[in-house]
Design a protein around this ligand. Structure first.
Ligand SMILES: [Zn+2]
Length: 378
């Protein structure tokens, strides 16, 4: 085939146009050296936007600092939900068991032990006024004293009683967690409470046991709390915390008994079940005391009422995202529709999820017990 000069010129023109066009279309890649000459002015522009050679001034650095591709034009910016700060609040509910240690001394009192009866105390040296209960309420006994009773005075011995009790608490708290380490909060607790027998700390062989009247009741309390997380091992988080507040037992004579502030210190061991739910146990020790006034004479009696507790329960955090509104959506992780982010519809609140892809079904069915015949490959 014979090529004329016109044919060659037209072919070279088409080649030039094609090369320039392809350089325009591939701005984000480095232009090959072979086309550097005709596209030299264009190659300086790395912003990704096609420009005519006259626009691509060499000193245009502001444009070059931007991202290579303007994603803002294609993806909606996510708007925050107004209540997203709620993620820092956690609610807990717990129950457990508590053991209370009562103890008191009886300065200025004597102990009266009639044969076959329960011990009583009397102020000073006169046995005409005696108390058969001086622990949670006052029970007065003004019957004539038995002359054969065993008597011991606190002038000659250190007198006192010890007793025990148990309680079943139901405790609710709300606390705020910050800096991934600290927490402060408030709480309320209601406990079923029962007092056992009291026995003398001295002369136990001569003095019998005393069972307080009205021994069963409840204790309600309000408290503030503060804690510091000090150790984490996998899903387990250890937090030392204190709870300080007031307590009022229902079976104590409110007119005579004055309760003080109590201090409860413990370690909360939490296990993450999911990002919203934790299970925890909390062993704790508690210091508290109260004073019972006996108006018929004698000084007020100070009672120690320390206790140990073991609480266990759940801690829940309000999800900061609302549940996805789309009833057919099966996405297992937090995701966006439009400009809003949503929580998965299929994520059970108690189940741990990988935040990157979710893991509602971490074990294949073929490894589960329900596939005993090994028929299901999944
Ligand atoms: Zn969805």
């Amino acid at each position: 085939m014979r090529l004329s000069g016109w044919h060659i010129g037209a072919w070279c023109g088409c080649l030039l146009i094609g090369v320039v066009h392809s350089v325009y279309a591939q701005q984000t890649t480095t232009p090959p050296d072979t086309v550097a000459k005709p596209a030299a002015a264009v190659a300086q522009d790395t912003t990704g936007l096609p420009k005519t050679p006259t626009q691509a001034a060499p000193g245009e650095t502001k444009e070059q600092d931007k991202a290579d591709f303007p994603l803002d034009n294609f993806y909606a910016e996510r708007k925050k939900w107004p209540l997203s700060f709620l993620r820092h609040f956690r609610f807990s509910l717990s129950t457990g068991y508590g053991s209370t240690f009562f103890s008191h001394e009886l300065p200025g009192y004597g102990i009266y032990q009639a044969p076959g009866g329960s011990p009583q105390i009397f102020p000073g040296t006169s046995t005409t006024t005696r108390y058969s209960n001086w622990v949670n309420e006052r029970v007065l006994d003004v019957t004539a004293a038995d002359p054969s009773a065993f008597l011991v005075s606190s002038d000659t011995a250190s007198l006192g009683f010890k007793g025990g009790g148990w309680s079943i608490p139901l405790k609710a708290t709300i606390h705020f967690e910050f800096m991934q380490r600290y927490r402060i909060g408030i709480g309320y607790s209601y406990e079923l409470f029962n007092m056992g027998e009291f026995s003398a700390t001295s002369f136990g062989d001569r003095i019998g046991t005393m069972q307080p009247t009205n021994a069963s009741g409840s204790i309600s309390r309000f408290f503030g709390m503060a804690g510091v997380s000090f150790y984490r091992s996998g899903p387990y988080l250890f937090t030392g915390d204190i709870q300080v507040g007031s307590f009022s037992p229902s079976n104590f004579d409110a007119a005579l008994a004055t309760t003080g502030v109590y201090f409860n210190g413990g370690v909360t061991i939490e296990r993450d079940l999911s990002e919203y739910l934790r299970a925890f146990v909390r062993p704790s020790f508690e210091f508290k005391s109260y004073t019972l006034n006996l108006p018929e004479g004698g000084s007020p009696i100070d009672h120690g009422m320390n206790a140990v507790y073991l609480n266990f329960g759940l801690t829940y955090r309000i999800p900061e995202l609302p549940k996805c509104f789309h009833k057919d959506c099966r996405i297992q992780r937090n995701h966006a529709h439009g400009d809003r982010e949503y929580r998965s519809r299929v994520h059970p609140i108690y189940k741990k999820q990988n935040p990157n892809y979710g893991e509602n079904h971490p074990n294949l069915i073929k490894y589960k017990g329900k596939n005993k015949k090994m028929l299901n490959p999944y």
